[in-house]
Design a protein around this ligand. Structure first.
Ligand code: AMP
Length: 311
């Protein structure tokens, strides 16, 4: 059994109030893989350039991730993204995006990648996400991410591909932007009408919310005193959610399972933001993850506060 993820494998230049990095391993598929690899074998699908360093491939492949579907394009340049974060780390400005080998990327999955148990379509052009779905042999669970660019420029294609997946994992602002609804609840319910059985809205330091036909669930972010670099937090979260579902293959993917999966996504994302890029996830242990999941469980328990005594 395995998880296939299609998305960017990148070099990032990032500036945050805590410091900067000129060129570090990044990309949606990279951050996803480093998280999901705690749960199952991951197969990232995507191109890199001739400039992609063997050390970075080794980092991508820790915990057994298989890079058979990572294609090196001779003479090509790896996708490059650069961004700067505001003082509160919630706002981010993209300074540069150089598509490099990603510009010509048409996903062609190996037989093993097609046969995945679980599929994650990271943030790429919706038409390419559809092409990946076409190639897969009916995964047990499918989820996708997207971004404001595709909502603005490829809305119809995005709506179509949303109708073909089980779960949508988007930022809350994107859920609203996609539907034009003012409240997150109304917006998420409208997305459920398009076909998926679950919508997960990521809310940065405020956590994440789950909407299904069975109900609603919300989890705060793990409370951290200091955040160093939020880059990849969303993809790490998705890696935890999707990875946990892959690991629970005997159970139906229902509201309860998704809520538990969100705890793993939240815990993993909290480690990701403690250091730059992939630095923290690359040397994270599963015991550390379990400890934060247990803490999140404690943080979200409460008694029914007031019961009126009857005379
Ligand atoms: P996140 O912080 O979870 O939104 O993910 C950030 C990661 O996404 C970075 O490592 C970037 O390399 C990657 N990224 C940024 N812009 C794009 C884009 N337009 N397409 C694909 N990946 C991107």
């Amino acid at each position: 059994m395995s998880i296939t993820v299609v998305g960017s494998i990148a070099y990032d230049a990032v500036k945050t109030p805590q410091g900067h990095r000129e060129r570090m391993l990044g990309g949606a598929a990279t951050h996803f893989s480093l998280a999901a690899s705690f749960f199952d074998t991951v197969r990232p699908v995507g191109p890199v350039g001739a400039d992609f360093a063997p050390d970075d491939l080794r980092t991508l492949c820790i915990r057994g991730t298989l890079a058979d579907d990572v294609v090196t394009i001779p003479g090509g340049e790896t996708f490059f993204w650069s961004g700067v974060y505001g003082e509160d780390l919630n706002s981010r400005e993209t300074l540069d995006t150089r598509l490099g080998v990603f510009a010509e990327f048409v996903p062609r999955l190996s037989t093993a990648a097609r046969a995945c148990d679980v599929l994650f379509l990271a943030n790429i052009q919706p038409a390419l996400q559809a092409l990946v779905l076409d190639q897969c042999d009916g995964p047990r669970f499918t989820a996708l991410d997207s971004m404001d660019l595709w909502i603005e420029t490829a809305r119809d294609a995005l709506v179509e591909v949303i109708g073909r997946v089980d779960c949508v994992i988007l930022n809350d602002s994107e859920v609203r932007q996609l539907t034009g609804r003012g409240t997150l609840s109304a917006a998420a319910r409208e997305l459920l009408e398009l076909g998926p059985s679950a919508v997960i809205a990521k809310r940065g330091e405020y956590g994440a919310a789950l909407f299904t036909r069975e109900g609603f669930f919300s989890l705060p972010a793990y409370p951290l005193a200091a955040v160093v670099d939020p880059t990849g937090a969303g993809d790490t979260f998705a890696g935890g959610v999707v990875g946990y579902i892959a690991a629970q293959r005997a159970r139906p993917v229902d509201h309860e399972l998704l809520a538990g999966a969100m705890a793993y996504g939240t815990a993993l994302a909290s480690f990701n933001v403690e250091e730059f890029g992939t630095e923290r996830l690359a040397r994270l242990s599963f015991d550390e993850v379990q400890a934060r999941v247990a803490a999140l469980h404690r943080f979200t328990q409460f008694e029914i506060p007031f019961v009126k005594e009857t005379v």
